[in-house]
Design a protein around this ligand. Sequence first.
Ligand code: ZN
Length: 266
Amino acid sequence: MLRFNDHLAVAVSGGKDSLALLHILSKLKKYRPKTILTAVTVDEGITGYRDEALEIAVQNCKRLEIPYLIVSFKELYGFSLDEIVATARSRGETELTACAYCGVLRRKAINAGARKVGANKVATAHTLDDEIQTDLMNIFHGDISRLAKEKPVTSEVHPLLVQKIKPFCEIPENESALYAYVKKIKFQDTPCPYAGEALRNDMRAMLNTIEAKHAGTKFTVFKAFEKLRPAIELTANKESFKTCAECGEPSAGDLCKCCEMLRHVR
Ligand SMILES: [Zn+2]
């Protein structure tokens, strides 16, 4: 995942996993002096939630002497997530949840932030739990091309899309949490006010139930998907890129997913 001279943009939300990752990666500076770290934090604009997280993220960066960049939805897109959700709801748009908007907009924001700081890789704190929940969700949605794409080290598919790595992909979430507690890392533990995705919550509950009865299942599921991935990649449609007519970013269609979503609220 890591080369000695990487410039990593570490996606830091202010939660336990991303701060545990930032603290662990900060140790690289000691024995890999050519590695550069920059924290990238997205301000989605969620009243009463994001401000505390931003403050905690910044405190940790200062303590670790890691430079940081805050990218805000408002600056980038002209709307905060609160505004997007309120507008969509007032117009009777019920198909997309807050998480659906946020997921797409945040991914683009992190990529933009990583490019701005000159990073060649984005490191995210997705844990073993996150990875297998996503894999299973892609199966349950029948989304095989996403199943092929969303892997621990993404392929370099376009010069404007920064490669993503997930150093915690084999770390169970409870171990990442344990690290944060043992190291007395200050993190935000209030959950996001927008309810999580229903299907992801079901996947989490199911996997936790099975893991409690059959220890090791989570690793087995992860390994099974990683073994299958090359075969899945062969069957998935190959990605081709156009340029988004609105923002100029790489996109699958005439408009990127993000601009398409924002059309609903403009
Ligand atoms: Zn666009």
